[in-house]
Design a protein around this ligand. Structure first.
Ligand code: HEM
Length: 338
């Protein structure tokens, strides 16, 4: 077990079997994918939920201090949650975060999931401390806590994802988005294919891509390099502001040497990056128009939304599907010119 981790003491007592509740597990769709090999559901009460969240927060902070270079697990946890869920298809309810299948082959070995082993491994001590939470719930909850630790909205979380025993029911590879399909038109078409398949629309695509305010690309994971913003641990709309306001040129060098990684863009300082898919976003008329409103958009949790304020969109962050298998279970409110 990780030496720096202790069971958070926020009033949590070990969960007595008789007092535990299984939340929402009955709501999973019984599809050909979901019904095979289901096993554990989280059995966890409110006190333990608070404790497990505090433990994840503690882990993020301790790890950040240990790294001491401004990077953290925040972005990686958000990506872990997103890649757990992002395989979902509304057509047959296959994929999604139910099952925690990223622990197993084939999902563990998909190129798109490279680097997420770091996140999954870092959560093992938490799973040890709180065996009543499933890995599937833990992967999503880590994303929720990461957003909160980054100063983002408080996200209501729903338990209910089960742990499957193997990855036999994983969907085929290729469901997570590639950052470059060779041309802007093809890349945009691909992004729409991926997100529409999940039941999301253009507004969701733009809202969700705002998560690239957090974290960074790693040459040893995707091959790309660098953060999108100067504050990669802070939830903000800087991604959109920078995307729209900076001049982005193809990256040619890195640390004084020729850049031999995949095609990406950099700002004038060479310290920030954009993926081909990020740049393609603002070159599409509909997605570009939506992106344009984002830098002027203030983000609030629905709780802090002024009652008199009416001009807002409620977008669900980040996974709008009615299928609870992938639901982060939250409303993410953007307040326009608020
Ligand atoms: C067009 C869709 C998307 C593409 C092509 C894409 C691509 C990528 C790539 C290539 C990386 C770098 C991974 C690495 O090297 O470690 C990355 C990182 C990241 N992505 Fe995305 N992404 C997309 C959508 C999303 C969405 C919808 C979210 C969340 C809601 C998200 C959250 C993140 C985060 C937080 C990171 C930073 C990871 C870290 O710091 O380790 N991405 N993405």
């Amino acid at each position: 077990m990780n030496a720096f981790l202790s069971r958070a003491s926020h009033g949590a007592a070990p969960v007595a079997a008789a007092a535990t509740i299984v939340l929402f597990s009955a709501n999973f769709p019984s599809t050909v994918y979901a019904k095979s090999s289901t096993t554990n559901s989280s059995t966890i009460d409110a006190a333990e939920t608070k404790a497990v969240k505090a433990s994840i927060a503690e882990l993020i902070q301790t790890d950040m201090d240990k790294r001491g270079d401004g990077t953290s697990l925040i972005g990686t946890y958000v990506r872990l949650a997103w890649h757990s869920a992002g395989t979902y298809s509304k057509v047959d309810s296959s994929g999604g975060s139910n099952g925690g299948r990223m622990r197993f082959s084939p999902e563990a070995n998909w190129g798109a999931n490279a680097g997420l082993d770091v996140a999954r491994k870092s959560l093992e001590p938490i799973k040890e401390l709180y065996p009543n939470i499933t890995n599937a719930d833990l992967y999503t909850l880590a994303g929720v806590v990461a957003i909160e630790e980054a100063g983002g909205p408080t996200i209501p979380f729903r338990f209910g994802r089960e742990d499957f025993e193997h990855g036999d029911t994983s969907p085929p590879d290729g469901r997570l988005p590639d950052a470059d399909k060779g041309s802007k038109v093809k890349t945009i078409a691909h992004i729409r294919d991926v997100f529409y398949r999940m039941g999301l629309d253009d507004r969701d695509i733009v809202a969700l891509l705002g998560a690239h305010a957090l974290g960074r690309c790693h040459t040893d994971a995707s091959g790309y390099w660098g953060p999108w913003t100067f504050a990669e641990n802070t939830f903000s709309n800087e991604y959109f502001r920078l995307l729209l306001e900076e001049r982005w040129s193809p990256k040619l060098t890195h640390n004084g040497k020729v850049w031999d990684g995949p095609d990406q863009y950099e700002d004038a300082t060479g310290k920030l990056m954009m993926l081909p898919s990020d740049i393609a976003l603002i070159q599409d008329p509909s997605l570009g128009k939506l992106s344009n409103s984002m830098p002027r958009t203030k983000m609030h949790s629905s709780k802090t939304l002024p009652k008199h304020f009416r001009n807002y969109w409620n977008w669900v962050f980040p996974f709008q599907s009615p299928n609870l298998g992938i639901n982060f279970g939250s409303t993410y409110t953007y307040v326009v010119n608020g």
